[in-house]
Design a protein around this ligand. Structure first.
Ligand SMILES: Cc1cc2nc3c(=O)[nH]c(=O)nc-3n(C[C@H](O)[C@H](O)[C@H](O)COP(=O)(O)OP(=O)(O)OC[C@H]3O[C@@H](n4cnc5c(N)ncnc54)[C@H](O)[C@@H]3O)c2cc1C
Length: 464
């Protein structure tokens, strides 16, 4: 008689294509568990990630129902997982704890602690990425730090298995376990107000998003993905982050023969996600420090006033302000606008990328330690395969090129909604009477800020 704990932990909120679920099917008895870690009993921590919390709790509720439909029950318990899991395993006389492995160092350390405290096996399955991070290697066995060769090697070498099916039923719970869990908290229990403008959470909406994308915008993805004014991308970020869809399910759907020609650029982005995970696997220190070691100790001398202006979308540059406001309102920013605003914060305002990174982690629904860190280091010029530090995005030209009619900035910066097209990215050049005078003049002059950054960076990097 084999008894297992099937431990779901926030990056794998589904039953289909879950290696752990498949493994659990070999046990006679299985106890599905979710641990409400400190975020749930320290509401002030939960309030630090209101949008992700909303997505997580809604998806967890759906998972609970799916597990119930399979004849089992999700046992939800609160406490620190490093304490709770070993205690439960002992109390329930479990032979194996099964969970999906995490890439980040803090997840790996947590699992080492748990493994050392367990009196049974901890089996970590893959599933966060298409293939196990750390397995794509150069001919000489080292890891990659440039995307294109990684991508080529990935296409040549990676064996991506077909997604696993949804089980019809789960093995029974042992006697006495049913009904011993807690209820999943409501957002209001955590002092968080539901944001109605967030994307719908859970497996069902995630599949709908995937199919809507593949049946429409996917065909125009390579050009539209750079256009914040178009709904041109999949919006699957939170689904991939919380694992309501696996990367393998997304990749397989996008690779179906009739779609293949249209989805090459999209699948390439999924492999960027693999690259970011691979990099973090090989360089766990990246959550603390830049990839380019010359940037350790870089003097980010920006001011608090500028930080506040950036956070609240009041820099006077419409495309930067649109991104900041869209983030707070909806938990999402299109990739191009993320790059522009991150570049502006770090280079025009000389504010530490880690501050921007933390702000994005607070508000993005797809806020992901690995991809967010990767995006910020890329934008600041201190990352791996990054935008060179001396390439400073011009927020006016970026706006004109990627939001040519100003539809994006008009939506998020209503003060300038009625400006003629030629002024919509440069409102300070228009008659004041043409727009709401609450909208500020630029807090920095683009040319002067660019020159300041370049001088500052050159002088620091040549001396360090
Ligand atoms: C400063 C900055 C911060 C970012 N923070 C995050 C984050 O916290 N979480 C996150 O998932 N992505 C992040 N990205 C990458 C990218 O912006 C988002 O993945 C994308 O905008 C999400 O929208 P989508 O799902 O519609 O993407 P799509 O274009 O439809 O892409 C599909 C999926 O591919 C992956 N992907 C796409 N672009 C990238 C990329 N450049 N790098 C890595 N993976 C990619 C994502 O998982 C994405 O959901 C960040 C980028 C920057 C520049």
């Amino acid at each position: 008689m084999k008894r297992s704990i099937l431990w779901f932990r926030g990056k794998d909120l589904r039953l289909a294509d879950h290696e752990g679920v498949q493994r659990a099917l070999n046990s006679d008895q299985v106890i599905p568990v979710f641990v409400l870690d400190s975020y749930f009993f320290e509401p002030e921590r939960a309030q630090e990630l209101p949008h992700r919390m909303q997505y997580l709790l809604e998806s967890l509720r759906e998972l609970e129902q799916t597990i119930a439909a399979c004849g089992s029950e999700l046992i939800v318990l609160s406490g620190r997982s490093i304490d709770v899991i070993p205690k439960l395993a002992e109390r329930w006389h479990v032979d194996e704890v099964i969970a999906q492995g995490w890439t980040e160092a803090f997840g790996r350390q947590r699992d080492q602690i748990i493994a050392s405290r367990l009196k049974c096996d901890l089996t970590l399955v893959t599933g966060e990425t298409l293939i196990m991070p750390g397995t794509i290697r150069t001919q000489t066995g080292s890891s990659y730090s440039v995307f294109t060769p990684f991508w080529k090697r990935f296409l040549a070498q990676a064996e991506i298995n077909a997604p696993l099916p949804l089980p019809n039923a789960l093995p029974p719970l042992p006697q006495g376990v049913r009904g011993t869990g807690e209820r999943i908290p409501e957002l209001s229990d955590l002092g968080i107000t539901k944001n109605p403008d967030l994307i719908a959470a859970g497996v069902t909406p995630a599949w709908e998003r995937l199919h809507t994308f593949l049946n429409g915008p996917a065909a125009r993805y390579s050009s539209a993905r750079n256009r914040p004014d178009k709904e041109g991308t999949s919006r699957l970020g939170p689904d991939l982050k919380f694992g309501t869809l696996s990367a393998r399910q997304v990749y397989a759907e996008a690779s179906r023969a009739e779609l293949k020609a249209q989805t090459g650029a999209f699948r390439r982005q999924i492999i960027w996600r693999e690259f970011a995970h691979d990099l973090m696997w090989n360089h766990p220190e990246l959550l603390r420090e830049p990839f380019r070691k010359k940037f350790i100790g870089f003097p980010w001398t920006g001011t608090e006033d500028h930080w506040q202006a950036w956070v609240h979308g009041m820099t006077g540059y419409p495309i930067v302000d649109a991104a900041s406001r869209q983030l707070l309102a909806t938990g999402f920013i299109p990739n191009r606008a993320r790059m522009i605003t991150a570049s502006f914060l770090t280079k025009h305002l000389l504010i530490d990328y880690r501050r921007g990174e933390a702000h994005f982690m607070k508000w993005l629904t797809d806020g992901d330690w690995i991809q967010n860190n990767f995006g910020w280091q890329w934008s600041a010029g201190c990352g791996c395969d990054a935008q060179p530090y001396f390439r400073v995005f011009n927020p006016i030209l970026q706006g004109k090129k990627f939001d040519p009619t100003g539809a994006y900035v008009r939506q998020w910066v209503p003060e300038i909604r009625d400006l003629p097209k030629r002024f919509v990215h440069t409102p300070w050049m228009a008659e004041k009477s043409l727009f709401d005078d609450d909208y500020p003049d630029p807090i920095v002059d683009h040319a002067a800020a660019r020159a300041r950054f370049l001088t500052h960076a050159k002088s620091y990097l040549s001396g360090s």
